[in-house]
Design a protein around this ligand. Structure first.
Ligand code: ZN
Length: 423
């Protein structure tokens, strides 16, 4: 049977070496879409319609995604950004209060909820997270940047840090995915793959079960593609993929309901019915899978443009929306999930999407035009919302000219004054 299957090209071959100098999203500008350019997905074409019995999984996700945006866009205005950050800060304050209540239990605090010192430490970090943010409005470029701020770096506990971490993750993977799709020259398309395991009361046990099942599926793919096994798997249609784990309560059962949401680059759409049978054989408790093409597949022209990452991002938001966002859980569930899953790998990739480096800082990358003027805005969180407490116009060219006229002592004094102002 495997003879009729197409072995993907060698996944160890890196495409960037040839492409990095020419891809438009690497330098921020590129050619217009070629008229009549070919559509990238082929090899059977992106599947139309819905597979599997889990339509509600995606219907629910799309509806939620439209309600709230959990990712930052560089073209979003300062006021709009701060408006989104305010409810994130409010949720963090709710979590801080919940942890303060736990800490107040003292020696009565149940051991499975942590020790008092750790609870107080986490609450203290949440208290200070996002209390000030420094942003830049590049009004001539129509772009904004978050360049500094106080962050707690607890994305599974803090929605503001989740937004920032998710935005960095999104940017890194979307750029790589655009590169991989371009390299595939229309022979592969991107698909959203959802896999679930049965609901259960023990989050830790369900997490291990899901991870173990995914490992088995991935091993089958790897061995078939490396010709170490003749056992066919639907996952072997994938050249590359990235997956995110999501945890929430099942609507019917009220128990923990873990999911895997993957973005796979495939030669053709995986057969949902076959994947369902395979997944049931692996998990022993769930046949629920969902396979559908990225909606952006029909919009990408044959020639890569600066719009490709933006188009792919809309699908990626759907894919990864909940990967680092636990704020839809109750506070108690959020704390339990944080304690069990913090430090665990919730994002995993294979093939050409392996090894994507995500910038660990929570601030934005600088703009490409370093000489563009901007307004620098200090935002402070006061009485439940962000206020723009100071605003100054900065002309980088003028500042550089002025700087060379300062001697070393004067420059150090200016730097020290700036640090004390913002900290
Ligand atoms: Zn935070």
């Amino acid at each position: 049977m495997e003879g009729s299957r197409v072995h993907p090209t060698d996944p160890t071959r890196e495409p960037e070496a040839r492409l990095s100098a020419s891809l438009p999203w690497m330098n921020g500008q590129g050619p217009s879409p070629a008229p009549g350019g070919t559509r990238p997905p082929s090899g059977g074409g992106p599947a139309e319609g819905i597979f599997g019995p889990s339509d509600l999984i995606h219907a629910d996700k799309v509806a939620s995604a439209e309600k709230t945006s959990t990712y930052d866009s560089p073209s979003e205005g300062i006021a709009e950004r701060l408006e989104r950050y305010s409810p994130a800060r409010k949720r963090a304050a709710g979590m801080r209060d919940y942890l303060a209540e736990l800490a107040a239990l003292g020696h009565l605090l149940p051991a499975h909820l942590g020790n008092r010192a750790d609870v107080e430490y986490r609450a203290g970090k949440l208290e200070r997270c996002g209390c000030w943010l420094l942003l830049r409005d590049y009004f001539t470029l129509g772009q904004t940047r978050l360049v500094d701020g106080r962050f707690c770096n607890q994305p599974l506990l803090c929605p503001l840090c989740a937004i920032r971490r998710g935005s960095k993750l999104l940017r890194a993977y979307v750029e790589k995915l655009a590169t991989v799709l371009y390299e595939c020259q229309g022979r592969y398309g991107a698909f959203l793959i959802t896999l679930t395991v049965r609901d259960g009361v023990d989050l830790g046990e369900r997490f291990k079960h899901l991870r173990r099942s995914l490992w088995v599926l991935n091993e089958r793919r790897r061995k078939f593609q490396n010709r170490q096994s003749k056992q066919w798997t639907e996952a072997a249609r994938a050249l590359a993929g990235v997956g995110f784990l999501e945890f929430k309560r099942g609507r019917g059962s009220g128990q923990w309901h873990p999911h895997y949401h993957g973005g796979w680059v495939c030669s053709e759409a995986p057969d949902a019915a076959a994947l369902s049978r395979e997944w049931l054989a692996i998990t022993g408790d769930s046949f629920i899978v969902d396979v559908r093409p990225f909606r952006s597949m029909g919009q990408l022209g044959g020639c890569p443009t600066a719009e490709w990452p933006q188009l792919l991002a809309s699908d990626f938001v759907e894919l990864a929306k909940y990967a680092l966002k636990f704020s839809d859980l109750s506070l108690a569930d959020n704390w339990e999930a944080f304690r069990l899953l913090s430090g665990r790998r919730l994002v995993d990739a294979f093939g050409w999407l392996r090894g994507v480096e995500v910038d660990p800082s929570l601030t934005d990358e600088p703009v490409e035009d370093g000489d563009a003027p901007y307004f620098e805005i200090l935002a402070r969180h006061l009485a439940g919302s962000y206020v723009q407490s100071s605003r100054r116009l900065v002309m980088p060219e003028d500042e550089r000219a002025a700087a060379v006229e300062l001697d070393a002592g004067q420059a150090a004094a200016v730097a020290a004054a700036e640090v004390s102002f913002f900290r």
